[in-house]
Ligand binder design. Structure first.
Ligand SMILES: C[S@@+](CC[C@H](N)C(=O)[O-])C[C@H]1O[C@@H](n2cnc3c(N)ncnc32)[C@H](O)[C@@H]1O
Length: 689
């Protein structure tokens, strides 16, 4: 056995013996022949105030033998604990999940929990299985699967009946159900950056995951790499193989509504006859103080029960949610009977097959409006540098001096960090031949012409060496459309990912913009014009006055009434644009839209931090802002709270006057939005006679 695993198990064995002198821990101590080390550890433990520790766990209804391991693992080997997503399930959740499984087995499959084979595919030291053994009357056959050897050995010691396999659940662990119905329960690891990467389509898991990627256009659906998604996929596979059964997991809840998971939702709906989702919310980024997480994590979570009887083409998806503080949620879950919950039919529908109930009338209305992709001909995602610290700077001079370093080797030659960064970027972005891989070819290009101002974050313009050499995806030649006189709407999809209270992923730009213009990335640019040679042509494909329509869209997307009405749909998709029946509405809103664009482009503010570029016409002078830019006005744009974000990021860079201009722009935004709201409320563009 690996020395570290042995030390870990021996230390935990001594702790367990201190907690419960009657617990037989001999299997954990077996073969460890260092009496001095044991005596020393024992001495430390004897001196510890174990009674207080136990009282602390008891106050949370936690079994210290199990739950102390979570702290122990994190302290002992933080990297593995983090990498393997070790986060133990509060007992209130465990008991609720077990009651739910028992109910669904009886109600939907007609067997009892005692007749089932219960599998926990990520059992840790046995949270779920020990609960069943000690806290319920049920005596099913049980198997725990655990990757970490120390946790595995401790689980074997703590569990009386269950078998514990040291294995990787994602490598297709053979489960011999021997005719029993299978119930897979547990809390899959929390690790967005999966410790089980699976890019190999030929592997078992890779092939299974293909179904969750089916039809997705996203280049890199990284959310699907999260371990919980793979655990669900493997559990689905095991139940399909067994024929009948239940999966009950507590996981990240993003898979319920995020568009990237639409193929996953379709696949689950095909494989299972009934799906019950108890959404526990708690997304910290939603800034909702009244809705806390039951785990000490940022993303919201849900308990999901998937029931397969025979596998149907049309599964029912039922949804319920619990909101509140952590304490309120746990106390509710402690006694909650899933069979008594008032479940709502989520009725998932195309195009996203969302597992959260939506107003079907509104959905029809929303999808009846024009999509941005119908209105605009060409579009692109924002640029990606993959190395902002190299490609982006606050001033042109800074970029130039970095290039000076590269061109003339002014500092530290080939080992200069900048030079190495540049090399790394170039190797990644453009694999070159050994002859062309060296830097001196920079001298051949007119690199200084490639230094331009870009929109980096809302109100935050910076300078970039805009080239394939310095960026991973400059999205040339498309972005050249935005290096000439032009405007583009920057719009994100699935607004709820930014964590703001309302949809807010819209901004305007007159130059190339960063993909991460918004907090969780995903800024797509819809330009007003595209250039064909020297010819500038409208990029809008619908009838009417295009300038007016462009500004109308901008105003509409800032209207609170619009954002609130279509909130659920905007949470998953790009906005759609209603065309008002009353022809006076577009010009009126367009006027406000133009004003808002001017504010966001920082035109006309005094002092002028960002003067318009030549050929753009005169900036409209702006009246002085309300409150003189003071008074703590703030808004969120793309999940960033402004002006705080901009002022923090640029602190020490801008003058006081420039900072005032950003504050003024925010104040002006609020004022203009109030006017937009009033107009939209009086003349809703979606109203039909
Ligand atoms: C979130 S913890 C859950 C622990 C415990 N079952 C509970 O609910 O309190 C996830 C557990 O999964 C284990 N794990 C991570 N990846 C695994 C894999 N590929 N196969 C099996 N277990 C894994 C971790 O070591 C950790 O013990």
């Amino acid at each position: 056995m690996h020395g570290d695993v042995r030390a870990q198990t021996v230390a935990y064995a001594l702790l367990l013996r201190r907690l419960d002198p009657y617990l037989d821990v001999s299997s954990l101590l077996d073969g460890f022949d260092d009496p001095a080390a044991i005596a020393h550890a024992q001495e430390v433990l004897d001196a510890a105030d174990i009674e207080s520790v136990c009282a602390l766990y008891a106050s949370d209804d936690k079994d210290p033998a199990v739950y102390f391991y979570e702290q122990f693992a994190r302290f002992y080997d933080p990297a593995s604990a983090r990498g393997r997503g070790t986060l133990y399930t509060p007992p209130q959740l465990v008991s609720c999940i077990v009651r739910g499984v028992d109910w669904l087995l009886r109600e939907r499959i007609g067997v009892t929990l005692d007749d089932a084979l219960v599998v926990d595919p990520c059992c840790g030291v046995g949270t779920f299985l020990r609960h069943i053994e000690l806290q319920t009357e049920h005596r099913p056959k049980m198997i725990g699967v655990e990757l970490m050897p120390a946790a595995c050995r401790i689980a074997r010691c703590l569990l009386r009946e269950a078998e514990v396999l040291e294995a990787n659940w994602l490598s297709d662990v053979p489960i011999d159900a021997r005719g029993r119905v299978v119930a897979i329960v547990g809390n899959p690891p929390y690790s967005g950056r999966s410790a089980n990467p699976c890019f190999d389509k030929l592997s078992m898991l890779g092939a299974l995951m293909g179904e969750y990627r089916d039809g997705l256009r996203e280049r890199n659906p990284k959310w699907l790499q999260d371990d919980y998604v793979k655990f669900i996929r493997m559990a689905q596979h095991q139940i399909e193989r067994a024929g009948r059964g239940v999966v009950a997991f507590v996981t990240n809840h993003s898979y319920l509504f995020n568009p990237t998971f639409r193929a996953m939702r379709r696949s689950l709906a095909r494989a299972f006859d009934a799906i019950y989702v108890l959404d526990l919310g708690g997304n910290v980024k939603r800034l909702d103080k009244l809705d806390e997480n039951v785990f000490p994590i940022q993303m919201g979570v849900a308990i999901s029960f998937f029931v397969r009887i025979a596998g149907s083409a049309d599964s029912e998806v039922r949804y319920a949610s619990i909101r509140g503080t952590r304490r309120e949620k746990l106390s509710k879950l402690a006694s909650l009977e899933p069979r008594s919950v008032t479940w709502t039919d989520a009725a998932p529908a195309e195009p996203f097959h969302i597992f959260v109930p939506q107003d079907s009338g509104l959905r029809e209305e929303f999808y009846g409006f024009a999509s941005l992709f119908e209105i605009f001909g060409e579009h692109t995602m924002g640029f990606v540098t993959s190395q902002d610290s190299f490609a982006i700077a606050f001033t042109k001079q800074e970029v130039l001096s970095r290039m000076g370093v590269l061109r003339f080797g002014q500092c530290a030659g080939s080992s200069s960090p900048l030079r190495m960064e540049a090399d790394a970027t170039r190797k990644r972005t453009e694999p070159r031949t050994p002859e062309t891989a060296c830097l001196p070819d920079l001298e051949d290009c007119h690199v200084e012409d490639e230094i331009i101002e870009v929109l980096y974050r809302p109100f935050d313009r910076r300078w970039a060496w805009y080239s394939r050499q310095s960026m991973e995806r400059p999205r040339l030649p498309f972005m050249r459309n935005l290096m000439r006189q032009n405007l583009a709407l920057a719009i994100g999809r699935a607004g709820q990912v930014t964590g703001s209270d309302e949809w807010d992923v819209v901004f305007v730009t007159d130059r190339p913009a960063d993909l991460n213009l918004f907090r969780r990335g995903g800024a797509k640019l819809f330009p007003r014009y595209v250039y064909k040679g020297d010819q500038r042509i409208s990029n809008m494909r619908v009838g009417g006055d295009h300038d007016e329509l462009f500004a109308y869209i901008y105003a509409l997307l800032h209207s609170r009434a619009y954002r609130e009405r279509y909130a659920e749909l905007l949470a998953a998709d790009y906005p759609r644009i209603p065309m008002p029946q009353d022809e006076r509405v577009i010009p009126k809103l367009a006027e406000l839209g133009r004003r808002l664009m001017d504010v966001h482009l920082m035109r006309g503010f005094r002092p002028h931090p960002y003067p318009p570029r030549s050929g753009e016409g005169e900036a409209r002078p702006h009246p002085s802002p309300p409150h003189g830019g003071e008074g703590g006005c703030s808004i969120t744009i793309g999940g960033y709270r402004e002006p705080e974000k901009c002022l923090n990021d640029r602190s020490g860079v801008d003058t006081q006057e420039t900072a005032e201009a950003v504050r003024a722009a925010v104040a002006r935004t609020l004022e203009t939005r109030a006017e937009i709201d009033e107009m939209v409320t009086q003349n809703p563009p979606w109203r039909r006679a």
